[in-house]
Design a protein around this ligand. Structure first.
Ligand SMILES: COc1ccc(CNC(=O)c2ccc3nccnc3c2)cc1
Length: 323
């Protein structure tokens, strides 16, 4: 029957450890199924990446291998964790912690638009997660509500960012090495072109602006209906509207943060750090709640082993628990 088939084309060492159940999500590069760890009955999510589903085999495999390399390396409460990994010559199987609240996309759709306080709690966690990724030299490049998962059905809950297959790991470039050398024979354009390099991270800040807009307004800032501009033109011209019916009940500070992220010029766009310093984010109660769900054991990363009560350095958003 179907279940036998489900189990049959899976690697043996996988089916010895897990029982595959139903499909719970499908992405561009494969699908996500619910599975149970046999010994513990623990629920997990299994993401399948089919190597053959991509026209140019090379990129698929490189993409998947890069995603897996990234997944293994990262460690943050708001980034999905890989629990296990298997592969056959036609597919990869990535075992992930199960997020029982499903996709943020579905939550916003169900609620029409999120309460501002809930949107702020989720956005703060997204900022910390992306700040961590950027600190590891990783640019996500595909931040969207489908890639933000919720840990439970409660409004107050942990969120985790997933889907790193579009991510880019910033490596040392030949341009960096060139700019370190003596430029005796170096052409001027190498310097002028160089000034735009290094703004790769800004793409994630733009996407976070779109994500925040969708969470607060319940509709995307750049869309097809109701305008004769193409989505591409709307984006390149930074042309979007706060529909009064949706945005009149939302604070000016929240709108201001959206405006400062949806800036066309990447060099003028807010960085993650600046977004964390924005007035709308200075909310001690929200941060206290965030730390409780991110570090339930109170094990927030701080200097020394005990959660910092002493203030050896000024509080900043290096994830110090609020005073
Ligand atoms: C009890 O069984 C379930 C309970 C809740 C759900 C809702 N969750 C999901 O639909 C879901 C989708 C994609 C995911 N990707 C990675 C990790 N977890 C994920 C969870 C799915 C199954």
């Amino acid at each position: 029957d179907l279940m036998v088939d489900e189990q049959s084309n899976l690697p043996r060492e996988f089916t010895e450890k897990y029982w595959i159940s139903r499909k719970i999500g499908s992405g561009v590069c494969g699908e996500v199924k619910l599975a149970f760890e046999r010994d513990t009955c623990k629920k997990v999510a299994v993401k399948t990446i089919n190597k053959k589903d991509f026209p140019s085999i090379g990129t698929a495999t490189r993409n998947a291998e890069r995603e897996i390399e990234i997944l293994k390396k990262i460690d943050h409460p708001c980034l999905i964790k890989t629990e296990d990994f298997f592969q056959t010559d036609e597919s990869y199987y990535i075992v992930l912690e199960l997020m029982e609240g499903g996709e943020l996309f579905d939550r916003v759709k169900a609620k029409k638009q999120l309460d501002e306080s809930i949107a702020k709690l989720y956005f703060y966690q997204m900022l910390l997660a992306v700040k961590y990724l950027h600190s590891q030299g990783i640019i996500h490049r595909d931040l969207k509500p489908e890639n933000v998962l919720l840990a439970s059905d409660n409004d107050i809950c942990l969120i985790k960012i997933t889907d790193f297959n579009q991510s880019k790991i910033l490596e040392e470039t030949s341009l960096m090495r060139t700019l370190c050398g003596t430029p005796t024979y170096l052409a001027p354009e190498v310097f002028t072109d160089a000034v735009t390099v290094g703004y790769g991270r800004a793409v994630d800040c733009w996407s976070l602006g779109v994500l925040l807009f969708v969470c607060l307004g319940g509709y995307p800032p750049f869309h097809t209906e109701g305008t004769d501009m193409s989505v591409r033109e709307q984006i390149t011209q930074g042309c979007y509207r706060f529909l009064p019916s949706k945005w009149d009940c939302i604070s000016e500070q929240a709108k201001n943060l959206v405006k400062k992220l949806l800036v066309v010029d990447p060099k003028k766009r807010l960085t993650i750090e600046e977004a964390l310093q924005h007035p709308w984010m200075q909310d001690k109660q929200m941060k206290t709640t965030a730390f409780k769900i991110m570090y339930p054991g109170g094990q927030a990363p701080s200097e020394g082993d005990t959660p910092s009560t002493s203030r050896k350095r000024p509080l900043d958003d290096q994830e110090q628990p609020p005073g």
